[in-house]
Design a protein around this ligand. Sequence first.
Ligand SMILES: [Zn+2]
Length: 493
Amino acid sequence: MRILPITFGIKNKNSVINSQTLSTPLHQNSIPENNTDTFTANNSDISFNGKYSTFITNKNELKKLAKNGHLGCIWCGGSMFTQNELDMFQHVSKRLSSSGELFSRVMLHFKDYLPSERIKLVKQISNYSRAFPNNDLKYILKKMTPSAEKRLIHKQYFILHNIQKLKPELPTELHKDFDILINHSKHRIKEIPYVSEYSAKEFCYQLNKLAKTLPLKEKEEILKIAQILTHPIFKEIDQTLPEKWLKRVYLQAKINPNRKGNYLSPHNFNAKDKLKLILLNNITEKAKNNNNLSIIKLCELTKNKILGVPVKVQFSNKAFTYKLYEILENVKNEKLRNKFEKQIKKLPTSLSNKDAFIVKYKNEPTEIIISKLLADSLVTIEHITPILRNTSDKELKLINKNLSKNNRIIRGIDNIDNWALAHNWCNLLHGCKNIKNEDFPFSKEAGIKYFKTLINDVNQGLLSADSVINMAKNYFEQTGIKIKLNGMKYTKE
Ligand SMILES: [Zn+2]
């Protein structure tokens, strides 16, 4: 059998991983040879000799400029992975996770691509790998988990404590809900089982996320059954069910009432909870047919909630924030709301805190962990002036009515004049936030370097000078940073 060395060809600080240093054997069939064109060291598919007869005008062509670190992120200046490159990591993820030492060495080679907390994480993996040589990544992460959990709990408790200190400022009628949320959150953080409240909305939200990987037909069937759980009838006090309604539900969910476990008398004094369990059992059965363990687990957890059995629930910033905002919904005091918001923003996330990353993914297979670790470094199309996808013209008009002329928000256009390349995480961080002048959270030098590369690309005939001029205009509008386009050759389109 022929064996191939791992040769990552992504250029990093003008070096290519030396196949000698990474010559751990890899079975040839793991990387098809014809795949090398997606992972080569040279820039063969980006022509710098004006071979392109037309300028780059679409998103995919533009994204190719990120390849091999040619064009860095407009916001932080770091290198970005293309989707092909991430796919290649997936191809070799089994090999990578077979040794903590190999994994950290390869990742550190790509440190220009990773956010700072990720580099800290990789460095820690590297240290542990030295202490436990010849162990795989799973083993190393397992060794790292207890202390990561301890530090994370400490941090989360501290923030929760600060949030709790704001309670006296809340209207008294909200105190009860607030106390329950804090109490439950403490249980979640410490992973202590507690009788958790059942919420059909929460179940459907999580199911929706997990069902994404299912085949379309199965996904639709499962979501159709889950939808029944949100029917307003379940909120009514009477626990029996109208016979006609129940028949319709069975028909809609394609449940055979005569099969074992499916029978339900509508007059049963607990018919509603029983129906919920039957529906969840049917979802479980479908998930089992598709080997979807996470949906099976979610159904199990939800059934326990309905039955009042104490369950372990992992703390999630999203769920906590959602519930806290629900409580704050009717609080008019904006200053107080801002105080809460300030604390919520401090909650450690898997991106901002390496311990949170370890804890969040501690039960996942290493292939998933590797893909999560790298996914934030994917190259994305950033709209320099946000296009405000989720804001209608009417809403925008309303917002601008209350703003002074200088602060009015304009909607960006969706073409190359307003496109830039940015990391997935930088793109999310920008969102549609105001990043002008003193609020600029990114690196000014990164922007200058970004446009310097674009000037070269224009001179090589890859991009139109007009587009780059407009990009710089948009960049100035957004950030207040002026870019000099010295040395750019202007040729008429
Ligand atoms: Zn970035």
